[in-house]
Design a protein around this ligand. Structure first.
Ligand code: ASN
Length: 311
């Protein structure tokens, strides 16, 4: 691409009033989230950017690595393992974590993928999935109320009517939803629902190895996704975690992944990790939902759109 085109399109993007509003609203969302978790006893920790351990994810992305003093570091795709380690040592933690997931070009079509984004990543020692879901429901109710009262003029400018959801949010078991609505159940339900809802009990093959397998239903995980309504799609994923060395080793094997790649987390777990549960909320996806924007790039000043060049 010609250098001037890149500069011109960035300038046009940044001069777009909707983008400016979304960035302003996002600043308030970040402040609200930080205050919410601090008030609930969570400690904010700094993010990790490079590390030999990061999230394997359950879908393929381009995977750059940095050779540094003979050690292979990757860029953080999520801080899942660092969260588990910190939950053990500190209890309740959160971080605004920049994630790099160099998505393949077809992800551009979804309108909700950026190759660089931030998630507020949260973990709590000894927590159950249900406790964390309750916390998220409180957060979503409080945040939408806050936005409707404090950001009314911005939402009006964006022509956004934001519903305050009522608790408890509706829950669909993954396999039940798939049976009723077919493979595309998530987007079908997202399109039909008026309030955020949960997909729970996700089968093992659909998720990474670190979410805890149910004791009563082998092959089903104690995890959850929060799906935004009105077609906005997935906004959060999380669950209870495997923390015993032998169970982590077995799950890595069942996923067909290499123990070598995860030797550090296996070594840490051999000293004892703690049971914990947590989740991550994509800040740009949350902003897109709150602002009612079609495309996620309008929530970011310097969006890295899959398959496109950008500054
Ligand atoms: N942050 C998510 C979690 O806590 C993991 C992810 O981003 N893939 O489960």
């Amino acid at each position: 691409m010609n250098d001037n085109l890149l500069v011109d399109s960035l300038q046009q993007h940044l001069e777009d009033k909707r983008v400016q509003k979304a960035i302003e609203v996002q600043s308030d969302i970040r402040a609200y989230l930080g205050e919410f978790f601090r008030k609930h006893g969570f400690i904010e920790v700094p993010p990790v950017i490079i590390s030999p351990i990061t999230d394997p994810l359950n879908h393929p992305v381009l995977d750059p690595s940095i050779d540094y003093y003979g050690m292979k570091y990757g860029l953080t795709k999520s801080m899942i393992f660092h969260k588990q380690i910190l939950a053990k040592e500190l209890g309740s933690i959160f971080t605004f974590s920049p994630n790099i997931r160099l998505e393949t070009p077809e992800k551009e079509k979804t309108g909700r993928h950026l190759s660089e984004f931030t998630q507020i990543d949260v973990e709590k020692r000894g927590a159950s999935r249900e406790e964390m879901m309750g916390l998220v429901e409180d957060l979503m109710v409080g945040l939408t109320q806050h936005m409707n009262s404090e950001r009314a003029s911005d939402l009006k400018f964006l022509r956004r009517k934001l519903n305050v959801p009522s608790r408890p949010f509706k829950k669909f078991r993954f396999l039940d939803a798939e049976k009723e609505y077919g493979k595309d159940f998530e987007s079908i339900l997202s399109g039909r629902m008026k309030d955020p809802f949960w997909i729970i009990d996700i089968p093992l093959e659909n998720r990474e190895f670190y979410d805890r397998e149910s004791d009563s239903e082998p092959g089903i995980l104690e995890d959850m996704d929060l799906i935004y309504p009105e077609g906005f799609g997935e906004g959060l994923s999380g669950g209870e975690r495997e923390f015993l060395e032998e169970r982590i080793r077995e799950r890595i094997k069942r996923k067909g992944q290499s123990e070598e790649q995860f030797k550090w987390i296996l070594a840490y777990s051999s000293k004892g990790l703690a049971p914990s549960a947590g989740f991550g909320i994509g800040i740009e996806r949350l902003t897109r939902y709150i602002c009612g924007l079609q495309r996620i790039e309008d929530t970011h000043p310097f969006p890295k759109i899959p398959g496109k060049l950008s500054l």
